[in-house]
Design a protein around this ligand. Sequence first.
Ligand code: PLP
Length: 402
Amino acid sequence: MFNKIQNYKSDPIESLFDRLAADSDPAKIDLGIGVYRDDSGKVPVMQAVLRAEQQLIERGLPKSYLSPLGNAAYCEDIEKLALGADHPILIEKRIVSAQTPGAGSALRAGAELVNSLSPESALWASQPIWGHQLEFFDKVGMDIHSYRYYDQQNSVLDFDGMLEDLQGMRPDDLLLVHGCCHNPTGQDLNLQQWQQLADVVIQTGALPFLDVAYQGFGEGIEEDVAGIRLFAERVPQLLLTVSSSKSFGIYRERAGLLSVIVSADDGTDIQSVRLKLRDTLRQLYFMAPDHGAAVVHEILSTPELEKLWRKELDEIRLHINKMRKMLRQAIELANSDFDAEFIERQHGMFSCLPITEDEQKHIEQKYHIYMLPNARMNVAAMKDEQAAVLAEVFAKVRAARQ
Ligand SMILES: Cc1ncc(COP(=O)(O)O)c(C=O)c1O
């Protein structure tokens, strides 16, 4: 059977990591993978996480099965962290949540759920988008439409284009929107734009799927979710996923939230939604791992650890913003006629260098600098000296255009 698989062409992001691993140049620069690195180049483990793990071990970790809905205490914590404890959705109890193995699995499960209820629903995703994200929807057979979001060559949000394209959404189509620190562009909506987006959702009858993967990496833990909180108050129903991979630095532990937020007045039986969600998850992967979720719950239910975690996350954000400033300065120093303001304006780990696909290929082949599609640079993993190298290379690429 397996001899049917010949000359298999892997996913472009995985192939990039293969090329990077095979590149023996000691000066190669990895701006690809989406993890935060500190000044020493390490992916740090937060003290709050280490202390929570210690507390859990001292108390004796249970190892029995949980429900396919995962760790319920974690779900309550993350609902409150993302939406705010006094959000109308929580007060009105219009939410059913599951703890999933990260937001990636939540996206896949959300796609499965929607497709089983409404096989005609298509997905609308920003252009550009984090490439792996589309697979979750493609694999359940959904049609995928792009909406204009970002003008990479001019480094600006294309909000008019976005609203115009989204007029094409039909009732029950899924609208995927990143809650903050958009991947790959770092370009977010402001509060007024979130309101306008809610109007389009209400008018078209589309179902939003909010994806919050970097809470605390942009402007602040509360500030980063101000837009989605407003938006969620206005739209009748939505799906929400929140990742704990980045915000708690527990990438490989796999903890995320999937919430179904139902309408208050269309006769939805929320208990049935809960059972349907539980069956959907069980059929996909049976059970989620618990360790990461238990750690997050330990942190968020221990005031001292929560305080420590907030402080550590604030430090990460400050470090990223320092790197953004430094990269902007390095680019402007090497390119005196170029305004790199967008790098400081954008949020989170990523920004896209305004170059073409061919130029990106050239940079990889000649200078051994590896970026994800759309020239996505992980600013949060960049070292000081790498910023200067990248800035010089960008100047050479621009000079070659003339
Ligand atoms: C926007 C977005 N959503 C979801 C994910 C998946 O996160 P997780 O590690 O929780 O599966 C990522 C990871 O990079 C992401 O950037």
